[in-house]
Every structure is written in structure tokens, then in C-alpha cells.
Design a protein around this ligand. Structure first.
Ligand code: ADP
Ligand code: MG
Length: 273
């Protein structure tokens, strides 16, 4: 599905049924997190503006997922806090106030439920609409993501790209004002990865939803991010506009963004002999 196809589908939607959300302001304030003796996050401070797309990059194990979990209150800080519109993300009352949806790396779909029932689960549990309203909402969301034909399928019958889209659709039916994605394009081929990036950008346009993405995907960051943060050694090695990734000042960031395979490395010499 291309951007223009998404736009075409969007035009078919009646404005009256497009949900209204109020984008949330995310403020990470002197956030530190230790697991036992290991300091994973060290006094990290940055904010994400309402409606912004912020991409958090960094090497594996640098604490990106841990930081994302703090934003939805799934991890508790050792020090500092994350505030959503000024309210502590760890407080249960904040989860009632700010509707947020985390799209997990794995998709975390319920394998025993059809695509329809995966999407209907949250609205049913929270009695957002009656059953007819839920059906309309679910079908409309599937349409936005070109998944109408998958409605009766089970997760095991879906391709990797479809699973990611179902996971996004399931988050979207919650009408979130904060969308968080953990590695949304990992394990996808470059074409499908680009499609998912387009979808994320389109959803931001459509719903004006504050969007935080954890990703290694350089193309995604350069293509759709407003700003980027790079987490290294527990602190932000870079924080700035996506364009700054093209000519990073910090040598660690340069190495991370433009890794080079060194054929002179001793291990290749060993292979030759
Ligand atoms: N619940 C946990 N208990 C102990 N250590 C954890 C826990 N969650 C994450 N970690 C550790 O924190 C570090 C950062 O993890 P993570 O945020 O998942 O990295 P990534 O940047 O790849 O997403 C890793 O060393 C990981 O092992
Ligand atoms: Mg991770």
C-alpha cells in the first residue's frame, strides 16, 4: 500500500466519524533507571511536542525499550519522571486521563483470536461503543490499513507486514493521543518497512497524535521523524532534527549511523589463511 492509496482511502472517510484526539506533551525529566547494580538510563531529559514524531535510536541494549515503557507507566523510574501533559506517567490516574497505545515489537497479538476480535477486545472491555459501533469502528480501522480482507483471519495466517499492521490497527481503535512504537519495521523487507513508515506518518497527519518510535531504521528516521534522539551509554548522545543525522558531530553517533565493514580486520585475515 502506497501513501497515495492511503490518502485515497482517507478521502473516502466521512469527516464526522474521524475521531478527535488531543495530542499529548511528553516530558522526560532527569530520568534514571537502574536494574540492580546496572544503570541503564542516567539522568535523561528531553521532551516531545504535541503531534510531533520523535524517533529514539541507539545500539541494542542501550535502554530504548526501557525508556518507552516508562512513558506508558510499565516501568517505574529509579529517579526523575516522565510527565504526560504535566501528569506523572507512573500514576494510574494518568492512564485514565491520557489514552496511550504501545505497539510492541512482537505485535503481541492474541493468537487464539481473529483479527476482528483482536481489534474489538479493547473497545469491548472499556465499553467504548455498543457492538454495532465497535463493528463500524473496527471495519473502518481495518480499511485505513488495507486489512479488510484479513478480518476473519488468525494471526498465524498473516505475513510479517500484515501482523505489524494489525498491531497498529489494534492500537488505533483505542483512539490514542499518544502512539508509541517499538521497532515497528524490524524483521520486514525494505519495501514493507517503507510502507509501515508511511502509515505511521499518515496516522500522525490524520489524527495529530504524538508519536514516539524506537527504531534502528535509518530510513524511517530520515523519512518521517521531526526530531531524533540517540541513546548511548545511558545518556542522549544526540538530540536534534532528523536532518542532523546526515552529518553527525559526535564520532560515536557517526560510527553508529554509518557503520563500515572493515575487511582489514584480523578475523578476515584469519579466514584467508
Ligand atoms: N526488567 C528488566 N530487568 C533487568 N534488566 C533489564 C530489564 N529490562 C531491560 N533490562 C536491561 O536493560 C538494558 C536495556 O534494555 P532495552 O531497553 O530492552 O534495550 P534496547 O535499547 O535494545 O531496547 C539491557 O541490558 C537489558 O538487559
Ligand atoms: Mg528494545
Amino acid at each position: 500500500m502506497t501513501c497515495s492509496q492511503i490518502a485515497e482511502q482517507r478521502n473516502q472517510l466521512t469527516p464526522a466519524t474521524t475521531p478527535k484526539t488531543t495530542a499529548v506533551h511528553v516530558s522526560v525529566e532527569h530520568l534514571s533507571k537502574n536494574f540492580g547494580a546496572t544503570a541503564v538510563l542516567k539522568d535523561v531529559t528531553f521532551s516531545v511536542a504535541p503531534g510531533e514524531i520523535f524517533v529514539l535510536m541507539g545500539p541494542s541494549g542501550s535502554g530504548k525499550s526501557v525508556l518507552l515503557k516508562h512513558m506508558v507507566g510499565l516501568e517505574l523510574p529509579t529517579a526523575g519522571r516522565v510527565a504526560l501533559d504535566g501528569h506523572d506517567a507512573a500514576a494510574a490516574t494518568t492512564r485514565e486521563r491520557v489514552r496511550m497505545a504501545l505497539v510492541f515489537q512482537s505485535g503481541a497479538l492474541f493468537n487464539s483470536l481473529s483479527v476482528y476480535d483482536n481489534l474489538a477486545l479493547y473497545p469491548r472491555e472499556h465499553r467504548l461503543f455498543n457492538e454495532a459501533g465497535i463493528r463500524e469502528k473496527v471495519m473502518r480501522t481495518l480499511q485505513i490499513l488495507s486489512l479488510e480482507n484479513a478480518v476473519d483471519k488468525f494471526p498465524s495466517e498473516l505475513s510479517g507486514g500484515m501482523k505489524k499492521r494489525v498491531a497498529i490497527a489494534r492500537a488505533l481503535v483505542m483512539e490514542p493521543s499518544l502512539m508509541l512504537y517499538d521497532e515497528p519495521t524490524s524483521e520486514l523487507d525494505p519495501v514493507m518497512a517503507a510502507t509501515i513508515s508511511e502509515i505511521i506518518a499518515t496516522l500522525r497527519e490524520e489524527y495529530h497524535v504524538t508519536t514516539v518510535i524506537v527504531s534502528h531504521d535509518r530510513e524511517l528516521a530520515l523519512g518521517i521523524a521531526d526530531r531524533v534522539g540517540i541513546l548511548m551509554g545511558g545518556t542522549l548522545a544526540m538530540l536534534g532534527p532528523a536532518m542532523a543525522l546526515r552529518s553527525p558531530q559526535d564520532p560515536r553517533v557517526a560510527d553508529f549511523m554509518n557503520p563500515k565493514i572493515n575487511l582489514q580486520h584480523p578475523r578476515f585475515k584469519q579466514l584467508e589463511t
